[in-house]
Design a protein around this ligand. Structure first.
Ligand SMILES: NC(=O)C1=CN([C@@H]2O[C@H](COP(=O)(O)OP(=O)(O)OC[C@H]3O[C@@H](n4cnc5c(N)ncnc54)[C@H](O)[C@@H]3O)[C@@H](O)[C@H]2O)C=CC1
Ligand SMILES: O=C([O-])CC(=O)C(=O)O
Length: 328
Protein backbone atom coordinates (compact mmCIF):
# COMPACT_ATOMS: atom_id res chain seq x y z
CA UNK A 1 0.00 0.00 0.00
CA UNK A 2 1.26 3.53 -0.74
CA UNK A 3 2.00 5.52 2.42
CA UNK A 4 0.10 8.77 3.07
CA UNK A 5 2.27 11.87 2.60
CA UNK A 6 3.86 13.40 5.67
CA UNK A 7 3.37 17.17 5.90
CA UNK A 8 6.63 19.05 6.42
CA UNK A 9 6.46 22.79 7.09
CA UNK A 10 9.59 24.86 6.48
CA UNK A 11 9.73 28.46 7.66
CA UNK A 12 12.15 30.90 6.05
CA UNK A 13 11.77 28.76 2.96
CA UNK A 14 13.18 31.40 0.61
CA UNK A 15 16.35 31.89 2.64
CA UNK A 16 19.73 30.33 2.00
CA UNK A 17 19.21 27.35 4.35
CA UNK A 18 15.75 26.85 2.88
CA UNK A 19 17.25 26.60 -0.59
CA UNK A 20 19.71 23.93 0.56
CA UNK A 21 17.06 22.08 2.58
CA UNK A 22 13.90 21.82 0.50
CA UNK A 23 15.36 19.74 -2.32
CA UNK A 24 16.78 17.19 0.08
CA UNK A 25 13.47 16.91 1.94
CA UNK A 26 11.69 16.38 -1.36
CA UNK A 27 14.24 13.76 -2.43
CA UNK A 28 13.43 11.59 0.60
CA UNK A 29 16.55 12.34 2.67
CA UNK A 30 14.55 13.70 5.62
CA UNK A 31 12.17 10.85 6.27
CA UNK A 32 13.44 7.98 4.15
CA UNK A 33 13.01 6.67 0.63
CA UNK A 34 9.50 5.26 1.15
CA UNK A 35 7.80 8.31 2.62
CA UNK A 36 5.99 10.77 0.34
CA UNK A 37 6.15 14.40 1.46
CA UNK A 38 3.79 17.34 1.27
CA UNK A 39 5.83 20.54 1.56
CA UNK A 40 4.40 23.67 3.16
CA UNK A 41 6.66 26.70 2.75
CA UNK A 42 6.19 29.69 5.07
CA UNK A 43 7.65 33.09 4.28
CA UNK A 44 7.05 36.72 5.07
CA UNK A 45 5.32 38.62 2.23
CA UNK A 46 8.65 39.94 0.85
CA UNK A 47 9.90 36.35 0.54
CA UNK A 48 6.91 34.92 -1.32
CA UNK A 49 8.13 35.59 -4.86
CA UNK A 50 11.47 33.90 -4.25
CA UNK A 51 9.62 31.00 -2.57
CA UNK A 52 7.52 30.64 -5.72
CA UNK A 53 10.71 30.42 -7.78
CA UNK A 54 12.03 27.69 -5.49
CA UNK A 55 8.71 25.85 -5.79
CA UNK A 56 9.03 26.00 -9.60
CA UNK A 57 12.47 24.39 -9.34
CA UNK A 58 11.15 21.75 -6.94
CA UNK A 59 8.53 20.91 -9.56
CA UNK A 60 11.20 20.75 -12.24
CA UNK A 61 13.03 18.05 -10.27
CA UNK A 62 10.02 15.70 -10.71
CA UNK A 63 10.76 14.13 -7.32
CA UNK A 64 8.70 10.94 -7.10
CA UNK A 65 8.16 11.44 -3.34
CA UNK A 66 6.97 15.06 -3.52
CA UNK A 67 3.18 14.96 -3.48
CA UNK A 68 2.32 18.65 -3.07
CA UNK A 69 3.86 22.11 -2.54
CA UNK A 70 2.10 25.02 -0.86
CA UNK A 71 3.40 28.52 -0.13
CA UNK A 72 1.98 30.64 2.68
CA UNK A 73 2.58 33.86 4.56
CA UNK A 74 0.18 32.77 7.32
CA UNK A 75 1.59 30.43 9.99
CA UNK A 76 -1.87 29.06 10.85
CA UNK A 77 -2.24 27.75 7.30
CA UNK A 78 1.37 26.64 6.94
CA UNK A 79 1.23 24.47 10.07
CA UNK A 80 -2.23 23.05 9.39
CA UNK A 81 -1.82 19.28 9.73
CA UNK A 82 1.99 19.54 9.95
CA UNK A 83 3.82 16.42 11.14
CA UNK A 84 7.30 17.97 11.00
CA UNK A 85 8.12 21.67 11.46
CA UNK A 86 11.52 23.06 10.51
CA UNK A 87 11.67 26.57 11.96
CA UNK A 88 14.45 28.20 9.98
CA UNK A 89 13.25 31.77 9.40
CA UNK A 90 14.47 34.12 12.11
CA UNK A 91 15.43 37.73 12.65
CA UNK A 92 19.19 38.05 12.32
CA UNK A 93 21.09 40.40 14.59
CA UNK A 94 21.82 43.62 12.74
CA UNK A 95 24.18 46.47 13.55
CA UNK A 96 23.36 48.30 16.75
CA UNK A 97 20.85 45.69 17.90
CA UNK A 98 21.04 44.77 21.58
CA UNK A 99 20.53 41.19 22.70
CA UNK A 100 17.15 42.10 24.22
CA UNK A 101 16.06 43.55 20.85
CA UNK A 102 17.08 40.32 19.12
CA UNK A 103 15.20 38.17 21.64
CA UNK A 104 12.16 40.44 21.40
CA UNK A 105 12.15 40.32 17.58
CA UNK A 106 12.45 36.54 17.58
CA UNK A 107 9.78 36.25 20.25
CA UNK A 108 7.50 37.97 17.75
CA UNK A 109 8.21 35.13 15.30
CA UNK A 110 8.51 32.00 17.46
CA UNK A 111 5.64 32.86 19.84
CA UNK A 112 2.99 33.07 17.09
CA UNK A 113 4.51 30.08 15.24
CA UNK A 114 4.36 28.03 18.48
CA UNK A 115 0.72 29.01 18.88
CA UNK A 116 -0.05 28.11 15.26
CA UNK A 117 1.57 24.71 15.86
CA UNK A 118 -0.45 24.29 19.05
CA UNK A 119 -3.72 25.09 17.29
CA UNK A 120 -3.26 23.49 13.87
CA UNK A 121 -0.46 20.92 13.67
CA UNK A 122 -1.00 17.16 13.70
CA UNK A 123 -0.85 15.35 17.07
CA UNK A 124 2.51 13.82 16.21
CA UNK A 125 4.16 17.18 15.33
CA UNK A 126 7.93 17.25 15.76
CA UNK A 127 9.67 20.61 15.63
CA UNK A 128 13.29 21.48 14.98
CA UNK A 129 14.27 25.11 15.54
CA UNK A 130 17.22 26.17 13.39
CA UNK A 131 16.79 29.97 13.50
CA UNK A 132 19.05 31.65 16.05
CA UNK A 133 19.19 31.93 18.99
CA UNK A 134 17.94 28.39 18.37
CA UNK A 135 17.76 27.02 21.93
CA UNK A 136 15.83 29.96 23.31
CA UNK A 137 13.64 30.27 20.22
CA UNK A 138 12.64 26.64 20.81
CA UNK A 139 11.84 27.50 24.44
CA UNK A 140 9.62 30.38 23.27
CA UNK A 141 7.81 28.23 20.69
CA UNK A 142 7.24 25.44 23.24
CA UNK A 143 5.89 27.92 25.81
CA UNK A 144 3.35 29.11 23.23
CA UNK A 145 2.17 25.55 22.58
CA UNK A 146 0.83 24.31 25.93
CA UNK A 147 -1.06 21.40 24.33
CA UNK A 148 2.05 19.98 22.65
CA UNK A 149 4.56 18.08 24.82
CA UNK A 150 7.70 20.19 25.36
CA UNK A 151 9.75 17.18 24.18
CA UNK A 152 8.47 17.85 20.63
CA UNK A 153 10.31 21.19 20.45
CA UNK A 154 14.00 20.74 19.79
CA UNK A 155 16.88 23.01 18.81
CA UNK A 156 19.61 22.30 16.31
CA UNK A 157 22.91 21.25 17.91
CA UNK A 158 23.63 18.73 15.18
CA UNK A 159 25.76 21.07 13.10
CA UNK A 160 28.02 21.51 16.14
CA UNK A 161 28.08 17.73 16.61
CA UNK A 162 28.99 17.14 12.97
CA UNK A 163 31.65 19.87 13.07
CA UNK A 164 33.19 18.22 16.16
CA UNK A 165 33.30 14.81 14.44
CA UNK A 166 34.91 16.34 11.35
CA UNK A 167 37.63 18.11 13.38
CA UNK A 168 38.50 14.96 15.34
CA UNK A 169 38.52 12.80 12.19
CA UNK A 170 40.91 15.19 10.50
CA UNK A 171 43.21 15.32 13.53
CA UNK A 172 43.53 11.55 13.97
CA UNK A 173 43.42 10.76 10.24
CA UNK A 174 40.39 8.47 10.54
CA UNK A 175 37.23 8.31 8.44
CA UNK A 176 34.32 10.13 10.07
CA UNK A 177 32.41 6.84 10.09
CA UNK A 178 34.91 5.49 12.65
CA UNK A 179 33.98 8.16 15.19
CA UNK A 180 31.21 7.40 17.69
CA UNK A 181 29.80 9.04 20.80
CA UNK A 182 30.73 12.66 20.22
CA UNK A 183 28.88 15.13 22.45
CA UNK A 184 28.34 18.89 22.39
CA UNK A 185 26.83 20.24 25.58
CA UNK A 186 24.68 23.30 25.90
CA UNK A 187 23.89 26.22 23.71
CA UNK A 188 24.28 26.69 19.95
CA UNK A 189 26.62 29.61 20.57
CA UNK A 190 30.30 30.16 21.26
CA UNK A 191 29.62 28.97 24.85
CA UNK A 192 28.97 25.38 23.72
CA UNK A 193 31.22 22.62 25.05
CA UNK A 194 32.30 20.07 22.42
CA UNK A 195 33.43 17.02 24.38
CA UNK A 196 35.42 13.98 23.27
CA UNK A 197 35.34 12.35 26.75
CA UNK A 198 33.25 9.40 25.53
CA UNK A 199 34.18 9.50 21.85
CA UNK A 200 35.85 6.52 20.24
CA UNK A 201 37.82 6.22 17.02
CA UNK A 202 37.46 2.72 15.55
CA UNK A 203 36.68 1.57 19.10
CA UNK A 204 39.65 3.28 20.81
CA UNK A 205 39.09 6.15 23.26
CA UNK A 206 39.60 9.41 21.36
CA UNK A 207 41.10 11.03 24.45
CA UNK A 208 44.07 8.60 24.18
CA UNK A 209 44.76 9.67 20.59
CA UNK A 210 44.94 13.45 20.99
CA UNK A 211 46.81 15.75 23.36
CA UNK A 212 44.93 17.63 26.08
CA UNK A 213 46.43 20.88 24.81
CA UNK A 214 45.00 20.27 21.31
CA UNK A 215 41.58 19.74 22.82
CA UNK A 216 41.65 22.91 24.93
CA UNK A 217 43.48 25.21 22.58
CA UNK A 218 42.27 24.07 19.15
CA UNK A 219 39.35 21.63 19.14
CA UNK A 220 36.94 23.36 21.55
CA UNK A 221 37.34 26.91 20.19
CA UNK A 222 37.45 25.78 16.55
CA UNK A 223 34.17 23.91 16.81
CA UNK A 224 32.51 26.57 18.98
CA UNK A 225 33.52 29.41 16.66
CA UNK A 226 33.08 27.58 13.36
CA UNK A 227 29.94 29.54 12.48
CA UNK A 228 31.87 32.81 12.67
CA UNK A 229 34.77 31.33 10.65
CA UNK A 230 32.37 30.29 7.88
CA UNK A 231 30.87 33.79 7.79
CA UNK A 232 34.38 35.25 7.55
CA UNK A 233 35.36 32.90 4.70
CA UNK A 234 32.13 32.76 2.72
CA UNK A 235 30.71 36.19 3.40
CA UNK A 236 27.49 34.44 4.46
CA UNK A 237 26.59 32.06 7.26
CA UNK A 238 26.62 28.28 6.94
CA UNK A 239 23.75 27.12 4.77
CA UNK A 240 24.30 23.72 3.15
CA UNK A 241 25.96 22.29 6.27
CA UNK A 242 23.13 23.69 8.41
CA UNK A 243 20.52 22.16 6.08
CA UNK A 244 22.40 18.86 6.18
CA UNK A 245 22.43 18.90 9.98
CA UNK A 246 18.68 19.59 10.06
CA UNK A 247 18.14 16.57 7.82
CA UNK A 248 20.37 14.42 10.08
CA UNK A 249 18.50 15.55 13.23
CA UNK A 250 15.02 14.79 11.94
CA UNK A 251 16.08 11.59 10.17
CA UNK A 252 17.50 10.17 13.42
CA UNK A 253 14.56 11.44 15.49
CA UNK A 254 12.05 9.70 13.25
CA UNK A 255 14.06 6.65 12.17
CA UNK A 256 16.23 6.13 15.27
CA UNK A 257 19.93 6.49 16.05
CA UNK A 258 22.39 3.74 15.13
CA UNK A 259 23.02 0.97 17.68
CA UNK A 260 26.06 1.74 19.84
CA UNK A 261 26.13 5.44 19.04
CA UNK A 262 24.36 8.66 19.95
CA UNK A 263 24.01 12.15 18.50
CA UNK A 264 23.70 15.62 20.00
CA UNK A 265 20.24 17.20 20.05
CA UNK A 266 18.96 20.32 21.78
CA UNK A 267 16.09 18.99 23.89
CA UNK A 268 14.09 20.16 26.91
CA UNK A 269 16.09 19.15 29.98
CA UNK A 270 14.57 16.65 32.40
CA UNK A 271 17.07 17.76 35.04
CA UNK A 272 19.83 15.41 33.84
CA UNK A 273 23.40 16.48 34.65
CA UNK A 274 22.06 19.30 36.82
CA UNK A 275 20.62 21.20 33.84
CA UNK A 276 17.47 22.95 35.09
CA UNK A 277 14.32 21.29 33.86
CA UNK A 278 12.84 22.83 30.75
CA UNK A 279 15.98 24.57 29.40
CA UNK A 280 16.51 23.53 25.77
CA UNK A 281 20.04 22.21 26.02
CA UNK A 282 22.43 20.17 23.87
CA UNK A 283 22.77 16.66 25.30
CA UNK A 284 24.00 13.35 23.94
CA UNK A 285 20.77 11.66 22.90
CA UNK A 286 19.47 8.48 21.36
CA UNK A 287 16.16 8.03 19.60
CA UNK A 288 14.24 4.82 19.36
CA UNK A 289 12.50 6.22 16.30
CA UNK A 290 10.02 8.64 17.80
CA UNK A 291 11.28 10.27 20.98
CA UNK A 292 14.68 11.63 21.97
CA UNK A 293 16.15 10.20 25.15
CA UNK A 294 19.01 11.90 26.98
CA UNK A 295 21.92 9.49 27.54
CA UNK A 296 22.05 9.13 31.33
CA UNK A 297 24.69 8.51 33.99
CA UNK A 298 27.81 9.43 32.03
CA UNK A 299 30.80 10.11 34.22
CA UNK A 300 31.48 13.85 34.10
CA UNK A 301 35.06 15.17 34.30
CA UNK A 302 35.89 18.51 35.89
CA UNK A 303 36.39 20.07 32.45
CA UNK A 304 33.03 18.80 31.20
CA UNK A 305 31.33 19.96 34.40
CA UNK A 306 32.75 23.45 33.87
CA UNK A 307 31.49 23.43 30.26
CA UNK A 308 28.04 22.25 31.35
CA UNK A 309 27.84 24.95 34.04
CA UNK A 310 28.92 27.72 31.64
CA UNK A 311 26.12 26.76 29.27
CA UNK A 312 23.54 26.50 32.05
CA UNK A 313 24.41 30.06 33.03
CA UNK A 314 24.21 31.33 29.42
CA UNK A 315 20.86 29.65 28.74
CA UNK A 316 19.39 30.70 32.09
CA UNK A 317 20.30 34.29 31.23
CA UNK A 318 18.55 33.99 27.85
CA UNK A 319 15.54 32.35 29.52
CA UNK A 320 15.35 35.07 32.18
CA UNK A 321 15.59 37.77 29.50
CA UNK A 322 12.69 36.35 27.47
CA UNK A 323 10.72 35.84 30.69
CA UNK A 324 11.22 39.52 31.55
CA UNK A 325 10.03 40.42 28.07
CA UNK A 326 6.89 38.35 28.72
CA UNK A 327 7.71 35.94 25.87
CA UNK A 328 7.47 32.78 27.98
N1 LIG B 1 21.25 26.22 14.68
C1 LIG B 1 22.22 26.23 13.77
O1 LIG B 1 23.12 25.38 13.79
C2 LIG B 1 22.25 27.26 12.68
C3 LIG B 1 21.35 28.28 12.66
N2 LIG B 1 21.38 29.22 11.65
C4 LIG B 1 20.34 30.26 11.69
O2 LIG B 1 19.30 29.91 10.76
C5 LIG B 1 18.58 31.07 10.41
C6 LIG B 1 18.32 31.13 8.93
O3 LIG B 1 19.54 31.25 8.23
P1 LIG B 1 19.55 31.58 6.66
O4 LIG B 1 18.65 30.69 5.91
O5 LIG B 1 20.98 31.64 6.28
O6 LIG B 1 18.94 33.06 6.68
P2 LIG B 1 18.33 33.88 5.46
O7 LIG B 1 18.29 35.31 5.92
O8 LIG B 1 18.98 33.52 4.18
O9 LIG B 1 16.84 33.34 5.39
C7 LIG B 1 15.91 33.54 6.40
C8 LIG B 1 14.54 33.56 5.71
O10 LIG B 1 13.57 33.61 6.75
C9 LIG B 1 12.52 34.44 6.30
N3 LIG B 1 11.75 34.87 7.47
C10 LIG B 1 12.02 35.84 8.35
N4 LIG B 1 11.04 35.94 9.26
C11 LIG B 1 10.14 34.99 8.96
C12 LIG B 1 8.90 34.59 9.53
N5 LIG B 1 8.39 35.24 10.57
N6 LIG B 1 8.23 33.57 8.96
C13 LIG B 1 8.72 32.94 7.88
N7 LIG B 1 9.89 33.27 7.29
C14 LIG B 1 10.58 34.28 7.83
C15 LIG B 1 13.23 35.57 5.56
O11 LIG B 1 12.34 36.23 4.66
C16 LIG B 1 14.32 34.79 4.84
O12 LIG B 1 13.90 34.37 3.55
C17 LIG B 1 19.38 32.24 10.98
O13 LIG B 1 18.80 32.62 12.22
C18 LIG B 1 20.74 31.63 11.23
O14 LIG B 1 21.45 32.33 12.23
C19 LIG B 1 22.29 29.15 10.64
C20 LIG B 1 23.22 28.14 10.62
C21 LIG B 1 23.29 27.16 11.66
O1 LIG C 1 26.20 32.30 13.33
C1 LIG C 1 25.32 32.05 12.47
O2 LIG C 1 24.39 32.85 12.15
C2 LIG C 1 25.33 30.72 11.81
C3 LIG C 1 25.38 29.63 12.78
O3 LIG C 1 24.63 29.55 13.73
C4 LIG C 1 26.40 28.61 12.58
O4 LIG C 1 26.99 28.52 11.50
O5 LIG C 1 26.63 27.85 13.52
Amino acid sequence: MTKAPVTVTVTGAAGQIGYALLFRIASGALLGPDTPVKLNMLEIPQGLKAAEGTAMELNDCAFPLLSEINIYDDANKAFDGANVGLLVGARPRTKGMERADLLQANGGIFGPQGKAINDHAADDIRVLVVGNPANTNALIAAASAPDVPASRFTAMMRLDHNRAIAQLAEKVGAPVADIKKMAVWGNHSADQYPDVSYATVAGKPAADLVEAAWLDEYFVPTVAKRGAAIIEARGASSAASAANAAIDHVYNWVNGTPEGDWVTAGVASDGSYGVPEGLVYGFPCTSNGGEWEIVKDLEISDATRAGIERNIKALEEERDAVRELGLI
